[in-house]
Design a protein around this ligand. Structure first.
Ligand SMILES: *Cc1c(COP(=O)(O)O)cnc(C)c1O
Length: 463
């Protein structure tokens, strides 16, 4: 399997090259040259457990990783780290919920970042290289990135978060990881300041090369790949439970990584009639799929912070296919978007943006109402991100083809919203409760890229 860039300016790459490159050198996103057709494999895949299925899917894409190694990487990523099951699907009322929050940080991002961490360690071991990951987090994704690489050889991770501006739980999930290769930095400033520092350091090519600076953000194709697996796995389970072949998925969406994986699964041959894209009040994607216009707004803060996003970093991969796999047309659109903050797909009379992808948004109020309703009616506690999905799923109707809503976080990560919605402290998890007593380590630094840079240099000198 070879990989190309959406902007057409990179010669074909191998999977391992793609993992190390992250963003394509021409500024585009890396995608497989073509997707494998797996329709004749579905009957045998149905019988596999999660690890076996992951191995099968990965082996179609990671063709330059030896099979035995791939099996080990899958075992290390999903064998003992997800409890009690990797990706169970449960029925709640008329809806199916795919629970992806049984990993070490109780976020669905563990599904991809556990695999990416193991992949990095393997590839660096082969090439003899080192990697220093630099990231900025507003709270939710930093911990999944840290758990993906903690204790791994040849990798350091530096994660910046805004000092005293992330929740107590979020801060402790990150700073209680004491492995020598994990470096938490609390910046005296806002999340935007953290991102500015990150851009300034990542934009300094000399610094970047000298210290092998990389990132784990959601544009890495290995993350998308890891997410394809659970669409097959969950659809098989619901097909067994209901005896119905055609399945729908609803996906709470921010950076478009999760739902893109579902769309790839469909294109590979999974019997998936519709993907429902759910957004919170930050609805740039809902507006696009309803009108063909993709236009940047301002970010609103909601109860589902991991979806408080205006520009979706993976959207370009979808757009590339929507404009006929044409890098020139894609480039033109992205240039227009960079200049004006908006782009538009021309639609003929009666034409829709996508027949297989539909979208709506849920307001803050609807999110809380949905959490309250599912708690009262079924005793099931939805986290606020999942609740956005469930609200939108209900809006499209639960009768007809079975509908699976992807659940992206454990509710215990968001106790304030749950309390507001139910009036009770019902969202608990032993790992979250245990955080209060753990020792922590964190470096508090001034809001200045030179100060952060000096800290990184000093740390790498010693280690
Ligand atoms: C990242 C995240 C999302 C959004 O997923 P994308 O792949 O960015 O669309 C939804 N919910 C939670 C809890 C997340 O952490």
């Amino acid at each position: 399997m070879q990989y190309i860039s959406t902007r057409g300016g990179v010669k074909p790459l191998s999977f391992q090259q793609v993992v190390l490159m992250g963003l394509a050198d021409d500024g585009g996103l890396l995608i497989p040259e073509s997707l494998p057709d797996v329709r004749d494999k579905l009957d045998s895949w149905r019988k596999l457990d999660y690890l076996q299925l992951a191995h099968e899917v990965f082996s179609l894409f990671a063709t330059d990783v030896p099979n035995g190694i791939l099996e080990q990487l899958v075992g290390r990523s999903y064998g003992n780290t997800f409890k009690p099951e990797v990706a169970p699907t449960v029925q709640v009322g008329d809806l199916f919920i795919l629970e992806l929050f049984h990993g070490p940080t109780l976020s669905f991002k563990d599904m991809a970042l556990q695999f990416l961490g193991n992949l990095y360690e393997y590839i660096l071991g082969e090439t003899g290289g080192h990697l220093n990951i630099l990231g900025a987090t507003s709270g939710d994704t930093g911990s999944a990135a840290i758990y993906g690489v903690r204790g791994r050889e040849r990798i350091n991770i530096f994660i910046m978060h805004p000092h005293k501006r992330v929740s107590d739980i979020q801060e402790r999930q990150m700073t209680s990881v004491l492995d020598a290769n994990v470096h938490n930095i609390a910046v005296r400033g806002s999340f935007d300041d953290c991102q500015r520092i990150m851009k300034s350091l990542a934009g300094d090519l000399d610094f970047k090369r000298r210290y092998c600076i990389g990132s784990v953000n959601s544009i890495n194709f290995a993350r998308i790949l890891a997410q394809i697996v659970y669409y097959f796995y969950s659809a098989f389970r619901v097909q067994e439970m209901t005896g119905t072949d055609q399945i729908r998925f609803c996906v709470p969406t921010g950076n478009f990584g999760d739902i893109l994986a579902g769309w790839y699964a469909k294109r590979m041959g999974l019997n998936l009639s519709r993907l429902i894209l759910a957004t919170n009040e930050n609805d740039i994607l809902a507006r696009f799929f309803n009108t063909g216009v993709y236009s940047r707004g301002t970010v609103a803060q909601t109860y589902s912070p991991a979806m408080d996003i205006q520009v979706s970093s993976n959207f370009e991969r979808y757009l590339y296919h929507r404009v006929g796999d044409d890098p020139r047309r894609l480039r033109t659109l992205m240039e227009v978007f960079a200049e004006t903050g908006a782009l538009k797909i021309e639609l003929a009379e009666g034409e829709v943006v996508a027949s297989e992808m539909v979208s709506k948004s849920a307001s803050n109020e609807e999110t809380l109402e949905t959490i309250g309703k599912y708690y009262r009616d079924y005793g099931y506690i939805l986290d606020p991100h999942t609740a956005v999905g469930v609200h939108v799923a209900e809006d499209f109707g639960l009768d007809g083809e079975p509908l699976i809503c992807v659940s992206t976080a454990h509710p215990a990560k968001f106790p304030e919203a749950i309390h507001k919605a139910t009036g009770k402290d019902v969202a608990r998890h032993p790992d979250i409760d245990a955080l209060a007593d753990l020792p922590t380590r964190c470096e508090i630094l001034d809001n200045d890229s030179q100060v952060v840079r000096a800290f990184i240099e000093k740390t790498l000198m010693v280690s």
